[in-house]
Design a protein around this ligand. Structure first.
Ligand code: ADP
Ligand code: TRP
Length: 334
């Protein structure tokens, strides 16, 4: 069999994963397992740019291992690991930093948004895209499944790989983003992008009751039951459509346009559609989450696989830039 292409992606352990993460990243990433060799990891170094409580970082890390296990990732075939277990990520990030123009980072949306919001921004946040580029390039990655909001980070990664190759000769694989166009950006309960930092999420694996409550909170316009409505601009429909078979989706869209349908009824249908899809995963998640020893074993075996690749690529980079001596030229060789 021909060697499979490598897919890599990461998620920060900064809170409970939500349905935006699931639709924009987790589900497409899981779908790629059948055809690709996957390296998926927990971006705990990245989380340090915002998380200040050690225990939270550790617990959210375990949450994510249990999420990937519950969704059915095969940890024998693929690597699942913690970023901070592989120090080559930060080593490559430094080398890339030295070919990264400040202006490139100053133009990054995430930095600009954080600066506009908080005034002061820590250096980790400013350098975030360089570490992310290192995460990807240290594994000779071909494809990176992410949500639309990560598009610019992937462009920066490609830019840095090309700059490096231009300066030092072909060394790094230039990766491609895999963004689900249909999913794009999932709205949260307030209509903005669903995000842990906006407190507007529909949780992926919370008890059923909490999921239902969150769905009932999704904002809608104040049209009466009788009034005809537009499904395409409705936050509830924009979540529903990702969980329903096409025939149901069409039928509900017609009911919107015809009038006589209330949002309460639609929310109930949305809750049921979500619950049908994720219910079985949720059950597995709650069964797996308490066994932290097993979760530790998963991380250890993933780190083992990741380390081998990261080591090889870092050696290649060190050789190109002149760090250390080329292999075979120890002290005795003069
Ligand atoms: P958050 O914004 O909640 O902190 P992360 O930054 O941890 O989410 O995102 C993890 C992954 O989930 C990324 O690939 C990101 O693009 C995707 N993602 C996050 N929120 C959404 C959303 N609302 N719609 C689609 N994809 C999303
Ligand atoms: N920045 C990504 C996010 O916020 C997480 C991430 C870190 C990542 N390193 C990565 C995603 C490498 C893909 C590849 O969601």
């Amino acid at each position: 069999m021909a060697k499979r292409r490598r897919t890599l992606s990461g998620i920060k352990p900064t809170g409970q994963p939500h349905l935006g993460n699931y639709l924009g990243f987790l589900k497409p990433a899981m779908a790629m397992l059948a055809s690709h060799e996957a390296f998926y990891f927990i971006a705990d170094y990245h989380a340090l740019t915002t998380v200040r409580v050690a225990e939270e970082l550790r617990e959210h890390t375990y949450d994510l291992v249990a999420v990937f296990a519950a969704l059915g990732m095969d940890f024998e075939q693929h690597a699942f690991f913690r970023q901070s277990d592989i120090p080559q990520h930060v080593e490559l990030a430094w080398v890339l930093s030295c070919v990264t123009p400040m202006g490139l980072l100053e133009r990054a949306h995430a930095f600009k948004d954080a600066k506009a919001k908080n005034g002061e921004v820590n250096h980790g946040l400013f350098a975030y895209p360089v570490l992310m580029a290192a995460d990807i390039l240290i594994y000779d990655t071909h494809e990176v499944p992410v949500g639309r909001d990560q598009k610019q980070h992937l462009e920066i990664t490609r830019d840095l790989a090309q700059r490096f190759n231009h300066l030092y000769g072909e060394t790094l694989v230039v990766p491609e983003a895999r963004i689900e166009d249909d999913v794009a950006t999932i709205p949260g309960t307030d209509g903005r992008k669903m995000s842990k930092s906006y407190h507007n999420v529909l949780p992926l694996f919370s008890p059923e009751k909490e999921l239902r409550k969150a769905v009932m909170r999704v904002v809608t316009d104040s049209k009466t039951v009788e009034a005809p409505k537009d499904p395409d601009t409705c936050n509830v429909f924009n979540i529903y459509r990702h969980f329903a078979p096409e025939a149901d989706r069409k039928a509900w869209a017609e009911r919107y346009r015809a009038g006589g349908m209330g949002y309460g009824e639609m929310k109930q249908a949305t809750f049921e559609a979500i619950n049908d899809e994720i219910g079985p995963y949720r059950e597995r998640y709650f069964a797996l989450r308490p066994d932290t020893e097993q979760l530790d074993r998963i991380l250890a075996s993933g780190a083992e696989k990741a380390r081998q690749v990261a080591h090889g690529v870092m050696d290649r980079v060190r050789l190109k830039v002149g760090l250390g001596k080329p292999a075979g030229r120890g002290p005795k060789d003069g």
